[in-house]
Design a protein around this ligand. Structure first.
Ligand code: LLP
Length: 431
């Protein structure tokens, strides 16, 4: 299986971190999101350790909350001394509701509302990553009205596109996020920020993509961004002290995936920064990284109950489950690959090929097409692996399907961290 934390127990059931997933499905119902807390904590420590080993711990690892956001996740991040990246008032509110240390929060977004900016100012969020000039001026005005100076980073489009397995250097100015480097827009924005009375420009930010397997694009981004900081110093005399290189570290979704070791990416990034800093005689900036997917990780799954199994002779077999694109829209959106295991037959051969369909009124409501799994029958527990990142956080209530419950597993023991949505929850805001 794609992650060592999955196993098969003596009765042939799929386990995650020692917990029997078939029993979890019985106890908490389906669909059910299951997460390995041990792995989440280990992932945090991996990044923190690497920043310590290769960069003297000069910076902070920020968990990109969009991968999976809930109170318990923030409690764990707090205990692991992580910072967080939030992208909305909703994520910020959730973090504040568990007293997450505000100085360790970076607030992102390409279109922050007045209410979101005011909430961030009132809460005293550590850094706001400013996306555009209009927002910069609004933030300055609100900060001035609140008699505060807000610390900001600028979101820069560095011209590196790492969205595929092989990365390319492009102008890449066609993105809704941030200020373009190549056109001089980023430099002009930095000068503008330096001129505003209630903003303190602390650093620059970029994010080059997601689910990246290579290590080199990160090094290139580090180099390009440090050179921009040097250029800004040359033109203004101001030396920025922070550099945030975003997230994007890939995880394993299928056997053939070979993600890089995150530690290696950090080593290479740190080396690129040291080399450029030495060449330019520029002080090493504080380094911030924003891993999301790689923190939640592949040691996670969604458990479903199989309803019907429909064989269309000569065409394909559909295995219908009691969830679908409402709890996992990633196949419908990106044809994202997943490994499927019939959890109560985990020891058997995966010699059955079927398309896993959801229960929504939508023919594109598929979780995976023509996937190998053990022979599926109604009543089985079907597990889709590595659904922890970007499933719950992208879920919807299409067809008024309630969102699943979520459990965290620590040392083999499971605990509920999010209740299943009820029908009452679905109507509670209807008037
Ligand atoms: N920082 C910034 C500014 C980002 O935009 C993102 C992701 C991250 C950090 C975290 O990236 P990660 O380490 O998780 O790759 N919904 C898509 C993923 C969208 C990612 C958007 N930004 C999916 O399901 O694959």
């Amino acid at each position: 299986m794609i992650h060592a934390s999955f196993g098969v127990n003596e009765v042939g059931n799929l386990t995650l971190n020692g917990a029997d997933t078939v029993e979890l499905a019985k106890q908490y119902g389906t669909p059910l999101y299951v997460f390995s807390e041990d792995d989440i904590r280990e992932n945090c420590r991996h990044f923190v350790e690497a920043l310590g080993a290769f960069y003297d711990g000069n910076g902070q690892i920020l968990y990109a909350s969009k991968a999976f956001c809930c109170k318990e996740m923030y409690r764990i991040m707090k205990e692991e001394s992580m910072g967080i990246d939030v992208v909305s008032g909703g994520e910020l509110y959730t973090a504040l509701s568990v007293d997450f240390p505000v100085e360790r929060i970076f607030f992102h977004g390409n279109n922050k509302t007045d209410a979101e900016l005011k909430l961030a100012i009132q809460a005293g969020v550590g850094h706001i990553v400013v996306d555009n000039l209009e927002e910069m001026h609004r933030l300055n005005d609100f900060a001035s009205a609140a008699n505060r100076v807000m610390h900001i980073f600028l979101r820069v489009k560095p011209g590196i596109d790492a969205h595929t397995h092989s990365f390319i250097r492009t102008g890449q100015i066609d993105s809704k996020f941030g200020f373009a480097l190549e056109t001089g827009e980023a430099m002009a924005a930095a000068k503008e920020a330096l001129s505003l009375s209630h903003l303190s420009l602390d650093g620059l930010h970029c994010h080059i993509g997601s689910q990246i397997f290579d290590t080199e694009p990160f090094a290139l981004a580090a180099d390009v961004m440090l050179r921009l900081m040097d250029k800004l110093r040359a033109e203004t005399g101001v030396t920025l002290e922070g550099l945030n290189l975003g997230g994007g570290f890939g995880i394993r979704y299928q056997e053939s995936d070979r993600p890089g070791v995150y530690r290696d990416s950090i080593e290479i990034m740190a080396a690129a920064l040291r080399a450029a800093a030495k060449e330019l005689d520029f002080p090493l900036p504080k380094l911030y990284l924003e891993p999301g997917r790689s923190i939640v990780g592949a040691a996670s799954a969604t458990l479903y109950k199989v309803g019907s199994v429909k064989e269309i002779p000569g065409i394909r077999t559909y295995v219908a489950v009691d969830g679908g694109m409402t709890d996992n829209p990633r196949y419908a959106l990106y044809q994202a690959p997943y490994e499927i295991v019939i959890a109560n037959k985990a020891r058997e051969e995966r010699d059955f090929v079927a398309t896993v369909a959801g229960k929504c009124c939508e023919s594109g409501d598929l979780i995976q097409e023509n996937a190998a799994m053990q022979h599926a029958e109604p009543g089985d527990t079907l597990a889709v692996l590595a659904t922890g990142p970007y499933n719950d956080s992208m879920a919807s209530n299409y067809n008024r399907i309630p969102r699943p419950a979520a459990v965290m597993i620590r040392s083999g023991n499971a605990r509920l961290i999010r209740r299943r949505e009820s029908y009452e929850d679905l109507v509670k805001n209807d008037l």
